[in-house]
Design a protein around this ligand. Structure first.
Ligand SMILES: [Zn+2]
Length: 309
């Protein structure tokens, strides 16, 4: 990111998250542009309309045009809200790669894949069952023109859940070419184990995968030169010096470091090698995408980021 991607884009050095610092609820807030208060560990849809619903409803786009690739089975409701004016008719297709992988091994889970199936690094109390949804597997495999055997064989060569997600994203972009894709990476959260070396491994892998995603965009004619990529964390991690926390391990104190992150925007019309130091809000993402893509996020609370418009 520092060497290749940031010089090609506009980089915000202070993106502040004022909401609840749990991964599902924070990602849902990013997707609605409104701080959601849903239970992070429950299978609940966001209360406010998501970017996918605004996009599909305002621009009259079909369901195949908006997708989410989510790391955890706990994200299965993120594609659409419970809002009366929006909801299921306008939501995104959500792919849970781990659920696909589990379903593809109907004969039993091989130990070759256990490292790809770990769902959550945070709490043993939250372990949503990995449902073996073979109907959904076959449908997604058909859409992505992927045989279950190929998928299985490819998964065997991958080192982490995020690599599996990026593999699915590439397949999706090649076969379906949707206009709006939301990819959530999660390997970094292995920091909860307390092992710093695993955390830095996760950081390096995410760093490389972000470049892989950009290079995929730039290698496909459907996307090259006409796609904007936004990269941002959901939130930060606790400060090493906060007496209430355990440093990098968790995000429980709500201190300034756990709330302060960054954002990179890349693509046509986005200024290159440009740094914005003013503080902005995590909620500004959806209104910014609304301006760029031409939808009206009526219930979003943030403001469009003028530097990338
Ligand atoms: Zn976490």
């Amino acid at each position: 990111m520092l060497g290749e991607l940031i010089p090609q884009g506009t980089f915000y050095t202070q993106v502040i998250n004022h909401g609840i610092l749990g991964h599902y609820v924070a990602t849902a807030s990013l997707a609605t542009g409104s701080y959601e208060t849903l239970n992070n560990f429950a299978s609940t849809p966001p209360g406010n309309p998501t970017i996918f619903e605004y996009y599909r409803r305002d621009l009259k786009r079909p369901v195949e045009d908006a997708w989410v690739i989510a790391p955890s089975n706990g994200f299965n409701r993120i594609g659409g809200s419970s809002h009366r004016a929006y909801g299921p008719n306008f939501s995104a297709e959500v792919v849970l790669p781990k659920q696909l992988l589990a379903a593809s091994m109907s004969g039993g889970t091989s130990t070759d894949y256990l490292h790809l199936l770990r769902d959550n690094y945070e709490t043993p109390l939250f372990a949503p069952p990995i449902a073996s949804d073979e109907v959904n597997l076959q449908r997604t495999a058909d859409l992505l023109k992927l045989s279950v055997a190929d998928f299985n064989a490819h998964a065997r060569s991958l080192a982490s859940p995020d690599e599996l997600s990026v593999y699915i994203a590439r397949q999706l972009m090649t076969q379906v070419s949707p206009s709006l894709i939301w990819i959530t990476l999660h390997d970094i959260d292995i920091a909860h184990s307390g092992a710093y070396s695993l955390y830095t491994d996760g950081i390096r892998r995410s760093d490389r995968l972000c470049a892989d995603i950009w290079n995929t965009i730039e290698s496909l004619p459907e996307y090259k030169g006409r796609t904007t990529l936004f990269i941002l964390p959901d939130f930060g991690r606790d400060s090493d010096t906060n007496p209430a926390g355990n440093g990098f391990q968790h995000h429980r104190t709500g201190d300034a470091l756990s709330r302060t992150t960054w954002m990179l925007a890349l693509g046509p019309g986005v200024r290159q090698n440009f740094v914005v130091d003013r503080p902005v809000d995590s909620l500004d993402l959806v209104p910014t995408l609304g301006k760029l893509m031409g939808f009206s996020p009526t219930y979003a609370a943030g403001k469009p980021l003028v530097e990338v418009l």
